[in-house]
Each structure stands twice: as structure tokens, then as C-alpha cells.
Design a protein around this ligand. Structure first.
Ligand code: ZN
Length: 427
């Protein structure tokens, strides 16, 4: 059964044009200014925008193992509500997917409950313990890449071996970069002026960028495709900019929170605690610079839900991680596009196009014959973010109560409406 998205502004070859989009059997069958509407199920979207479905290459869906925090069903419902048609899920699960047998429960849960496409990562090391390589070859056909997210791979030799193996398998290494030796006990916020003024133990910038620096050296040696998770420091931006200038296969992501917040915005609440932490204003500005000049390839949320109790213990004692899938687009659009910092087209490139290119994922265009993975945006719907209304089981967000200008009106995955929030006058 098909339907017609009628009269929207459609993102075609990099620009918006008014057109109807006909969807049938999971695919876009035609795009044209006026398509026949007889015998069609018509969804009128006159004031709305149609773009390729967003991709988030860094989410934690918590199943199997931690379903009290999130499940494949709730996490992908949150993703659909955020305009995402695909996510890549991190392997800090129980069991850790470090071989075909331990990956299978996650694949089964995805097949059973996912509302959108979910591409899992396999672990780099067995149990994410950093001691032995995982069965990378055994997992390769089913994973987007390899990551020990949540931990840096400390041993140079282990990372070198992982890169060689990943290179041979044609998969990227997706690295959470953190040098344990450079961490001080209890670090919970950026080691900067705010931490000193308020007496909180800090997490140094160097703990992040030192490992990126090491890994870039290993990429030079091995030729492995290498993607850095959630960069947060100005030094990281510089290192990756230079690696790209040298022609190395290095890409990176940052999170919405690192682009619009800094340590001066901190409050002593769990919803402001994540790893890496909110850095200085200069780091935030360097990340925006990197977004503009192409150094920062993707914006990924690092959606990391926890239960309310785990986030209720202030900055010092709460678990690391915030939710992000349901706030990313409205926050980025309001804070960066409406203010004129970046064009909408650039934001769409970082949310739709580049992540797919880096990870070789299907989709990413609105074109005839393409899979109907689409997001319908309302760019004129001022509203406040209300975390208690999230589809995610996690509620910890620094953006609770923020007023935003835009909303996701619908998400279409495989030609099916997986999320709708049309206003009465839209339909
Ligand atoms: Zn991480």
C-alpha cells in the first residue's frame, strides 16, 4: 500500500523544490510537482519539508543486558521520533557482541523489535576488556564497524592489530579515545575554569586528544579506515584536520551538546554529566569551525539512556551519559541554523549524507527508485522540549525546557510511517 506526500518542499540534489512524492512498496516511485491524487492516500504537507531520513552512528540501545535503561523497541521509537531512519548501536551490552554467538542475541532483538534500521557495532576486544582481539572476521558480515565505545583501547599493539584486521575486513575502527593514565580519580566535568571555581575533579582534554594522536599514527602505518567518536576538544579538531589534509582515511563525529553548550552552562545535576564532558567555550567554537570546514563529518548524539536513579546523584555520582535522539534536530536547527551559524544544507549533510557514505549505509537521497527512508520536518513549530514526554526510557537531557523552533512531523522508514506528529492544519 502506498501514499502520496503532497505539496511539501522536497530536498532534491542539494536544494529544496516543491513537489509531490509517491511512495509504494517501500520505495519512492515518483517525484513531480503534480502527481495524480485519485485513488491515493494523500498526506498534505504544504508547509513542511521532506529530507532523507537522519542517521545516528552512535547510540546505546542497551538491549540485550540493560533493558531497565532502554530497549531496542523504546530506543528505536525515540530515534523515529527524532527523525532517524537508521542508527548504529554500540556494543557495551551483556553479552558484549565480540563474536557471532554473542552478537546473535542483539541481532535477534533487532529483528524482533526495531522500528527503524539498526546496524550494530562489534567490539574491538573480547568483552571490551582490551586484552585480546574479538572475533572480528566472524562478526564482519553483520556489523557497521568495530568499537570498544566507553573505553579507549589502551595498548598500542592491540590497536595496531585491530586496525590491521579491520583493514583486511574492509570495516572501520570506531574509536572512543581516552588515555586512562591521564585521568584523575572521580573526574566528572571538564578540567577547566568551571571545575576549578566550583571544586569538581576534572577530566583533561589531553586524555582525549593524546589517543587520537596515537591512533592517527597507527592509521598512517596500517591504512585502516578510522572514525573518532564524540570529539570534544579543540586539539582533537586540529589533529583530525591535519590527518585529513595528509589524505588519511580519518573521519569523526561530535555531539549536539558539544556544539551548543560548554562548561559554563553546567549545573550540579546528572543530566549535565557525559563522557567526554562539556568542554570550554573555545573548544565548542573550534568544533563549530570544524563543522563548517568539513573536519567534523557527522553529528551523532551518543544517546546513552540510564534509569532515573542512576542520573539522580549530581555531577559527582551520576552515571555518564545523556539521551539525545529526540532533541538533536530541534536543538541544532534552532541554535545553529536559525541563528545563521550554519546553513540547513550543511546540517543535512552531516545528519544524512556523510554518515551513510562513511559507513557504506544505503539510502540518503530523495530520488525515484530509492528506498523510502524519509523525514518530514516542520521548521515553524515553536515548542518547549519536555523530557517526560520522550519515547526513550531515559530522560536525562541538558535541554529539558529549552524552547525550539522546529519539530519532526513524520518519519518514514521502508515506506512505512513509523512516527507522525502532524498538526491538525497540516493534514
Ligand atoms: Zn564513547
Amino acid at each position: 500500500m502506498g501514499f502520496l506526500l503532497a505539496g511539501g518542499s522536497v530536498f532534491l540534489n542539494g536544494t529544496f523544490k516543491t513537489a509531490d512524492v509517491a511512495v509504494e512498496d517501500g520505495r519512492i516511485v515518483s517525484i513531480s510537482p503534480f502527481l495524480p491524487r485519485e485513488n491515493q492516500s494523500v498526506i498534505k504537507i504544504d508547509h513542511l519539508f521532506v529530507v532523507p531520513g537522519f542517521v545516528d552512528v552512535h547510540v546505546h540501545l542497551r538491549e540485550p543486558g540493560f533493558s531497565y535503561k532502554e530497549t531496542i523497541a523504546s530506543g528505536t521509537a525515540a530515534a523515529a521520533a527524532g527523525g532517524y531512519t537508521a542508527v548504529c548501536s554500540m556494543p557495551n551490552l551483556k553479552p558484549v557482541p565480540d563474536g557471532p554467538e554473542t552478537l546473535q542475541p542483539e541481532l535477534d532483538a533487532i529483528a524482533r523489535a526495531a522500528k527503524i534500521h539498526v546496524y550494530p557495532y562489534g567490539a574491538i576486544t573480547a568483552g571490551e576488556q582490551g586484552q585480546f582481539l574479538s572475533d572480528m572476521a566472524g562478526m564482519a558480515p553483520s556489523v557497521a564497524g568495530f568499537s570498544d565505545d566507553g573505553r579507549g583501547v589502551q595498548s598500542d599493539d592491540m590497536m595496531r592489530a585491530a586496525m590491521k584486521a579491520a583493514r583486511a575486513l574492509g570495516k572501520p575502527i570506531v574509536a572512543h579515545c581516552e588515555v586512562n593514565e591521564l585521568l584523575s580519580p572521580g573526574g566528572c566535568v571538564h578540567d577547566g575554569t568551571w571545575a576549578k571555581a566550583h571544586g569538581f575533579p576534572g577530566i583533561s582534554s589531553e586524555s582525549e586528544w593524546r589517543q587520537i594522536e596515537r591512533d592517527i599514527g597507527l592509521v598512517r602505518e596500517t591504512g585502516c579506515q578510522y572514525h573518532v567518536c564524540h570529539i570534544s576538544t579543540k586539539e582533537s579538531v586540529d589533529l583530525i584536520r591535519r590527518a585529513k589534509a595528509d589524505g588519511l582515511p580519518v573521519t569523526c563525529e561530535t555531539g549536539p551538546h558539544y556544539l551548543v553548550l560548554c562548561d559554563q552552562d553546567l549545573q550540579d545535576e546528572g543530566r549535565f554529566k557525559m563522557n567526554p564532558p562539556l568542554r570550554s567555550a573555545a573548544d565548542r567554537d573550534a568544533l563549530i569551525e570544524g563543522l563548517l570546514d568539513g573536519t567534523v563529518d557527522c553529528i551523532a548524539t551518543d544517546h546513552a539512556p540510564h534509569c532515573a536513579e542512576e542520573k539522580s546523584r549530581g555531577l559527582r555520582q551520576s552515571a555518564f551519559g545523556i539521551v539525545g535522539l529526540e532533541t538533536a534536530f530541534p536543538i541544532l536547527y534552532t541554535q545553529l541554523v536559525e541563528t545563521g551559524v550554519i546553513p540547513l544544507e550543511l546540517l543535512l549533510d552531516r545528519l544524512c549524507t556523510r554518515p551513510r557514505r562513511i559507513f557504506g549505509l544505503p539510502g540518503g537521497t530523495v530520488s525515484e527508485g530509492a528506498f523510502a527512508d524519509l523525514t518530514v520536518l516542520d521548521l515553524n513549530r515553536p515548542h518547549a522540549i519536555v523530557s517526560s514526554a520522550f519515547k526513550s526510557m531515559g530522560r536525562a537531557t541538558p535541554f529539558d525546557g529549552w524552547v525550539v523552533a522546529a519539530a519532526v512531523a513524520a518519519t518514514i522508514c521502508n515506506g512505512k510511517l513509523v512516527y507522525t506528529d502532524f498538526r491538525r492544519e497540516d493534514v
